[in-house]
Design a protein around this ligand. Structure first.
Ligand SMILES: NC(=O)N[C@@H](CC(=O)O)C(=O)O
Ligand SMILES: [Zn+2]
Ligand SMILES: [Zn+2]
Length: 433
């Protein structure tokens, strides 16, 4: 069996050491390794895990495919992604989730775990075959109607009850659609000045509160997608401290890199690349989100990577689809907002980008410590690199990055999935036949 020596890497940014890989796992030092990779100055982290990716296949291949999205993920340092079900056809049956799962395996650059829809066709009215998707070859462990909220409280209650018996998690896109009819941007002075219909913070916060109560009553696991306001953080704090203890329920939450860095004033240029759901919020929210992520109140970072074709973005603001690319810029944005500010060290980064998301989704082979005996899913990053984002240079078919022209810190140099390089020197290593 061939052996790789990763020389002088700094696990979690700590003291340099050599890592050895053989048979897809980390092993003890070997005398004559077949391959040696010089990792002097590079930080080793467990491969990143994204609980919230839109890969667009099937049905949206003009914006992204499982192959191009997997390449973007590997280049971003990811070894596992959860593919949201708002595809066409919707991932609401075993046949569609198995298709996505198989295609992900064929491409082989990242573990693709399909998220199952909560309701048939994301229609919000009838529960999808959650049990069948969980029992399928894809082994679905997370369900969501993302893009839409499961707005009906009775449907949400039933979904949580099923989720509890199946031991799976329901990931909610928290938006009361009755409060966001026609909404275009965060409701506040900026949207008012720009003449854009407002998306009020309460549309999110009221659903987070309601769902926490429903989860507590059902003893179920709820995950809040792309949490975006300081008020939602306070609801979460109350749920953790007061509501949930003793119920057997668990409520986790993710924050996106763009909600950590960008603010509602980005809309001032009327460039729909800044249109996203939930909308970019005022600076006070971004600062509250950073603090909550550092404190562990927000559990993890998830990209909400949402590629859109040119036609869907190159139009007037109100017509444009919401969403932005995220996979290749996530770690740099987390570094810029959390590491350079002193809010997290690299151990903390590993926790919020890999260990905790893997645990939320119940993955036993991802987000593991970098020690002998563990699966060799890892990323080597250059903390001193700086690079300028160019949408055209990213691996996604779509180029809707909100960071165009921006200089970001930290470069992903190498990514390894189960002992095999998926990225070396910043280039994808394709294995597909
Ligand atoms: N985030 C977005 O603005 N868009 C997402 C859907 C979603 O995550 O709600 C998409 O699928 O494009
Ligand atoms: Zn969403
Ligand atoms: Zn999404």
């Amino acid at each position: 069996m061939s052996t790789t020596r990763i020389a002088n890497a700094r696990p979690y940014g700590e003291d340099p050491t050599d890592l050895y890989v053989s048979g897809g796992v980390l092993v003890d030092a070997v005398d004559d390794p077949d391959e040696t990779v010089d990792a002097e100055g590079l930080i080793a982290l467990p491969g990143l895990v994204d609980l919230h990716t839109h890969l667009r296949e099937p049905g949206g291949e003009e914006a992204e495919t499982i192959a191009t999205g997997s390449a973007a993920a590997a280049l971003g340092g990811y070894t596992a992604v959860f593919a949201m079900p708002n595809t066409d056809p919707v991932q609401d049956s075993p046949v569609v989730v198995e298709h996505v799962w198989r295609r992900g395996r064929e491409v082989g650059l990242v573990d693709v775990h399909p998220v199952g829809a909560v309701t048939v066709s994301l229609g919000g009215e009838r529960l999808a075959e959650m049990g069948m998707m969980a029992a399928s070859a894809a082994g679905v462990r997370m369900f969501s109607d993302d893009g839409r909220c499961v707005n009906d409280p009775l449907i949400m209650r039933r979904a949580l009850e099923y989720a509890r018996s199946l031991d799976v998690v329901v990931a909610q896109h928290a938006e009361d659609h009755r409060l966001t009819v026609g909404a275009q941007a965060h409701e506040g002075p900026v949207a008012a000045r720009l003449g854009l219909t407002g998306w009020p913070a309460t549309a999110e916060e009221s659903i987070v509160a309601r769902d926490a109560m429903l989860a507590a009553a059902a003893g179920a696991r709820l995950h809040v997608c792309h949490l975006s306001t300081a008020g939602s953080v306070e609801v979460l704090r109350w749920a953790r401290d007061t509501l949930l203890p003793g119920t057997g329920a668990r409520v986790s939450a993710e924050v996106t890199p763009h909600h950590l860095l960008l603010t509602d004033t980005a809309a001032e240029d009327y460039d729909p690349v800044h249109k996203v759901n939930p909308p970019l919020r005022p600076e006070a929210d971004t600062l509250a989100l950073r603090r909550a992520l550092a404190d562990g109140l927000i559990d993890c970072v998830a990209t909400d990577h949402a590629p859109h074709a040119v036609e869907a973005k190159d139009c007037e603001w109100s017509q444009a689809r919401p969403g932005m690319l995220g996979l290749q810029t996530a770690l740099p944005v987390v570094a810029a907002t959390m590491v350079t500010t002193g809010l997290l060290d690299w151990r903390g980064v590993a926790r919020v980008t890999s260990e905790v998301p893997a645990a939320i989704a119940g993955l036993s082979d991802q987000g593991r410590p970098l020690v002998v005996g563990e699966p060799a899913n890892l990323v080597l990053v250059d903390p001193d690199a700086r690079w300028t984002v160019r949408g055209a240079d990213l691996a996604s078919i779509a180029d809707n990055t909100p960071y165009e022209g921006m200089e970001l810190p930290v470069g992903v140099v190498h990514t390894m999935l189960r002992g095999r390089w998926t990225v070396q020197d910043g280039k994808v290593i394709t294995h597909e036949v």
